[in-house]
Write a protein that binds this ligand. Structure first.
Ligand SMILES: *Cc1c(COP(=O)(O)O)cnc(C)c1O
Length: 493
């Protein structure tokens, strides 16, 4: 074995590597500083290896293993380039959402309709009249670009936009009930995944939460007793991710509205997902619309843009004009305002709501939610037939499953769907496991995200946009089918 001194002496210098053509091209593309850092890093790893008697301590990067006979300087350059490539590529990657949860918060909720994407790209590329009135040449108001459509679709007198629904609730409470009491039913003290907790939002809005009623039953009288001269607003919320069933009671919306108005306080209702159209007309379960709550007498409703609405992340507040004006004047509105891209996307999306046919075709969330089980089954059978022989060690079958809408819309309703159920072959070696396969799929250039259920990796096809997308994404894991092998295997059994 060579002594460490000889090994160290064999290492090329930083300058030698930096003079290589491939590294000079890398420096041009990624910047010299990053390239130098990467080369130094690779050399440091090699020195550490020599000190450890040739054993590597951790992997330098995800470069493919060097072919035998590759020179040391080339190996170092390849590794450095691979490192810089990874470091400069976005960690935010498109994935295939085959989890069966259509509006998946961790996967970025609603994919946008093409018209909205195009509108965002146009607005991104150039200056726009975001807050500029082209008629008068004076300052305009950004939310006005979509307010007309929101009024038309909800029946509200006025509407405004903020960053998301959490911000909508925060702004409404802070504006109307800062330093005051806000009664809420104990059955509606919601926590929505990822840290939206109504009691905490209320505290940050500067309101004092007054719990009324019980978990399962709250009566109008409970609210009536809680109202006093310190009350700032009545708050209610859609129980987005749970249901209270059985012996339950809640005040009728019209009665709650009348009570609030008798006491001269507004009633704010957090719709959560909210929808602008009656979903039952698309064969989906009913979800309360913004219009229904406003008709029932809510003074303000708040809802998200990226849940059932199928648009960008945004919070909409719609309701009485004088209240919306007050909200607009709150300095907090400035901190919570939306950008031009959001407004561009929304102004392309909302007009689709005037045309149900285009709406169902063009808004991915609604398209996915309304896909028929029969279509999904056909797709599953086709894909199982293609993928089965190519995914060695696993068997792939079409299997019935249940999709969820997700993100706090219709929490207990599921939609009959069809998945590819993937399990290791009974004679497969132990390295074939559903956990390993799920991990390998997450590691693909375009990750495929399924869910593990009952010992199978389920790929729910409801959100698969095109049948080629799945074989395309899985390609690195697929092999050519072995000829005649299935027949031979069968005979032996
Ligand atoms: C989803 C949801 C929220 C939070 O909305 P974001 O847009 O994620 O901020 C608040 N309230 C209810 C009832 C919800 O369902």
């Amino acid at each position: 074995m060579k002594s460490p001194e000889t090994e160290f002496a064999r290492l090329p210098g930083v300058d030698q590597i930096l003079r290589r053509a491939d590294i000079r091209a890398g420096a041009k593309r990624f910047g010299r500083e990053l390239m130098v850092e990467a080369v130094r890093y690779e050399l440091a790893i090699l020195r550490a290896e020599i000190r450890n008697g040739g054993k590597s301590k951790g992997k330098s990067n995800n470069a493919p293993p060097a072919r035998p006979g590759t020179s040391l300087p080339k190996k170092i350059a390849d590794n450095a380039l691979a490192w810089v490539e990874t470091a400069t590529s976005s960690s935010l990657r498109p994935v295939l959402n085959l989890t069966g949860t259509v509006i998946h918060t961790n996967l970025g909720r609603a994919p946008l309709p093409e018209v909205a994407i195009e509108a965002m790209a146009r607005a991104a590329r150039s200056p726009v009249n975001l807050e500029f009135d082209l008629d008068t040449g004076k300052r305009g108001e950004r939310d006005r670009h979509v307010e007309g459509w929101l009024i038309r679709l909800t029946g509200a007198e006025a509407a405004l936009l903020v960053n998301n629904n959490a911000a909508a609730v925060l702004l409404a409470l802070n504006t109307l009930a800062h330093g005051r009491e806000v009664p809420v039913s104990r059955g509606e003290l919601i926590e929505i995944g990822g840290s939206f907790r109504l009691p905490e939002i209320m505290a940050r809005a500067g309101c004092r939460l007054v719990e009324v009623g019980t978990t399962n039953r709250t009566h109008l009288n409970d609210f009536a007793r809680a109202l006093n001269k310190r009350t700032g607003a009545i708050m209610s919320a859609h129980t987005s991710n749970y249901v209270i069933q059985g012996f339950t009671a809640a005040p009728a919306p019209a009665a709650l509205s009348a009570l609030a108005h008798e006491h001269g306080v507004p009633w704010i209702h957090d719709l959560g997902s909210g929808t602008l159209v009656p979903l039952e007309s698309f064969g989906l379960p009913h979800e309360t619309t913004a219009r229904e709550m406003l008709d029932a007498g809510a003074d303000l409703v708040t809802f998200s843009g990226d849940k059932l609405l199928g648009g960008p992340q945004v919070g909409v507040i719609a309701g009485r004009a004088e209240l919306i004006d007050e909200l607009r004047r709150n300095p907090m509105k400035r901190a919570l305002r939306v950008d031009k891209l959001t407004i561009a996307a929304l102004s392309a999306l909302l007009p689709l709501y005037a045309n149900p046919e285009r709406l169902l075709k063009e808004v991915p969330v609604l398209r996915h939610l309304t896909r028929k089980e029969g279509e999904l089954r056909k797709l599953a059978e086709q894909l199982a037939k293609f993928l089965g022989p190519r995914l060695r060690g696993y068997k792939v079958e079409a299997a019935s499953c249940a999709s969820r809408i997700g993100s706090g819309a219709l929490p207990i309703e599921t939609l009959p769907s069809v998945a590819l159920a993937i399990r290791p072959e009974s004679d497969a070696s132990p390295e074939h496991s559903v956990e390993r396969l799920a991990a390998a799929m997450r590691d693909l250039p375009q990750p495929v995200i399924g869910r593990i259920h009952d010992g199978a990796l389920l790929l729910d096809l409801r959100c698969l946009e095109h049948k080629d997308h799945l074989p395309g994404a899985l390609k690195p894991l697929l092999q050519e089918p072995a000829r005649n092998r299935p027949a031979a295997t069968k005979k032996r059994r």
